[in-house]
Ligand binder design. Structure first.
Ligand code: KG4
Ligand code: ZN
Length: 336
């Protein structure tokens, strides 16, 4: 078939999203309805509110995605939907919707792993990118270093033992009063701060050098703020933000570059919300140039949660023959 059209659906957290993808790499539409303004009031994502909002928005978002792509459901070859990991109530809305459309319109259904989606976001604007390559996925819920052996085939090289990188950004941002989501705010504030002002710890994991840990650096920031308050010293938020970011970025860059070299890859891709961090991009670019590694990353809009990346991942599953039945269920702690 000449043109394969995938309708991607993503509702794993606080974004209700739908997209239409042609032949795996071309984004015909990418509609995202963000709930951030709602969750901001509570300082983080409230699962019950997320599910309710997804239910309210999902039909409009899908309609908008089809309209923008100028296609009808009858032309769609397959529906790709995130079925995990994520918030169970949020995932269920997307999965139930995808199954309903699949059944009513007799369209093939493909369940997609959310992290496979994040990785696949790199295929959108980097048409020459093909496996194998190393990928660092850094988001609010995940921090994984993976070897992408083939489309949809991954080997985990390292992962976080505790907090995800984005989670640490969000918690530190909250501690210095920046609000939710904190990552982008720390990114901006850091530009006014000194990244070497405060020496925060870089965790090294004994038994797997490619694993990460971010709870230590987060606690160190909280302790630093407390000790300043006890001594009545005014904190410099920009210096804290820049020094924290520097500590996180250094570990991410070191681990990723070492993994690329040890596994004798020549390509590194980064993905997930934190992959849009300007300091991480800059440091990673520099380290890759120094080591002869080709670096790939999606545009910021494809780094944070979206359905285009789910449609892309679904396309490669679809052409490899993956099909899911109407017994597809949401799996909140879905493993690879
Ligand atoms: O990929 P994503 O939208 O959702 C998950 O799958 O988790 O990632 C959201 C995370 C949040 O923790 C947010 O603070 C972080 O990505 N983030 C950033 C930046 N933009 C988003 N962190 C650091 N710098 C940024 N510019
Ligand atoms: Zn995500």
């Amino acid at each position: 078939k000449e043109n394969i059209l995938i309708l991607g659906i993503e509702t794993s957290c606080d974004e209700t999203a739908a997209a239409v993808i042609r032949n795996g790499r071309e984004v015909l539409s990418n509609v995202i309805s963000s709930q951030i303004e709602l969750h901001k009031l509570y300082g983080g994502v409230v699962p019950e509110i997320a599910s309710r909002k997804h239910i309210e928005k999902i039909n409009q978002v899908i309609e908008a995605a089809l309209k923008e792509a100028n296609v009808t459901l009858d032309e769609i070859d397959s529906i790709g939907v995130t079925y995990g990991p994520g918030l169970v109530g949020a995932l269920l809305v997307g999965v139930a919707e995808a199954k309903a459309i699949s059944y009513a319109k007799n369209i093939d259904l493909v369940g997609v792993h959310h992290i496979s989606g994040h990785i696949s976001a790199n295929y959108i604007e980097n048409l020459e990118l093909q496996p194998p390559f190393m990928c660092l996925v850094v988001s609010g819920g995940h921090t994984h270093l993976l070897l992408v052996k083939d489309y949809g085939k991954y080997e985990i090289i390292g992962m976080t033992r505790d907090d995800a990188a984005g989670e640490a950004f969000d918690k530190v941002a909250r501690a210095i009063g920046l609000g939710y989501p904190g990552g982008p705010k720390i990114d901006i504030l850091s530009k006014e701060g000194n990244p070497n002002a405060i020496k925060f710890p870089r965790a090294h994991i004994e038994d797997n050098k490619y694993d990460f840990s971010f709870s230590g650096v987060k606690s160190a920031v909280l302790n630093y703020i407390n000790s300043c308050q006890m001594k009545n010293i005014e904190i410099n938020k920009a210096d804290i933000a820049a020094s924290f970011q520097n500590a996180v970025v250094e570990v991410l860059v070191n681990n990723a570059v070492h993994a690329v070299e040890e596994y004798q890859m020549d390509k590194l891709a980064i993905a997930g919300g934190v992959a849009s961090n300007t300091s991480l991009r800059k440091a990673m670019k520099l380290a890759c140039e120094e080591n002869g590694i080709k670096l790939y990353h999606p545009s910021p809009i494809f780094c944070t949660d979206n359905a285009a990346m789910i449609g892309v991942a679904a396309y490669y599953e679809y052409i490899n023959g993956t099909r899911h039945g109407l017994d597809l269920n949401a799996v909140p702690n879905l493993k690879f």
